[in-house]
Write a new protein. Structure first.
Length: 160
């Protein structure tokens, strides 16, 4: 498996993986990813099985301490000097799940955030994934108030 950051040439592959991983009400669109890649491609961690994109983690950097719904839609809020690495999405195509690939990407994002002298990372997740992210040191801060896609989201934070 190869891990690297993204370029605009990865747009179609990233969009396809997102569509395979999330229901339409929760998934980012191709246009969302085009905007995100234009603003923070270096904060997309992609995993390939040979030339096939199988998983990715992405998110921008900000001084804002909490991950708000608007951040998913406004990539221009990215601030490369920001304190917090936000995680907008963790995606692994279904046929590659349960092999630790997402975990490897999360660990890479954590490692890069440390090297970049961030304060930590923030993500949101559904109730059923709280225990998963806790394994990496994320602490559940509770319900965010977001109902994006008709789902309740918890905010989790890893502080260095």
């Amino acid at each position: 498996m190869i891990i690297r950051t993204a370029t605009m040439q990865d747009l179609d592959a990233v969009s396809a993986v997102e569509a395979e991983c999330f229901p339409p009400a929760e998934a980012a669109t191709r246009e969302d990813f085009e905007h995100r890649l234009a603003h923070y491609a270096d904060h997309f961690w992609l995993m390939f099985d040979e030339d096939k994109l199988i998983a990715f983690v992405d998110g921008f950097v900000t001084d804002e301490p909490d991950l708000a719904d608007e951040m998913f839609e406004k990539a221009e809020m990215h601030n490369e000097q920001g304190k917090w690495q936000m995680i907008s999405g963790v995606n692994t195509i279904p046929s590659y799940r349960k092999h630790g690939y997402a975990g490897q990407l999360i660990e890479r994002a954590i490692e890069d955030a440390r090297k970049q002298n961030r304060v930590g990372l923030v993500l949101t997740c559904k109730d059923k994934l709280v225990h998963y992210y806790a394994k990496f040191g994320f602490v559940n801060e509770g319900y965010t108030g977001s109902n994006h896609g008709g789902v309740k989201w918890n905010q989790m934070r890893l502080t260095f």
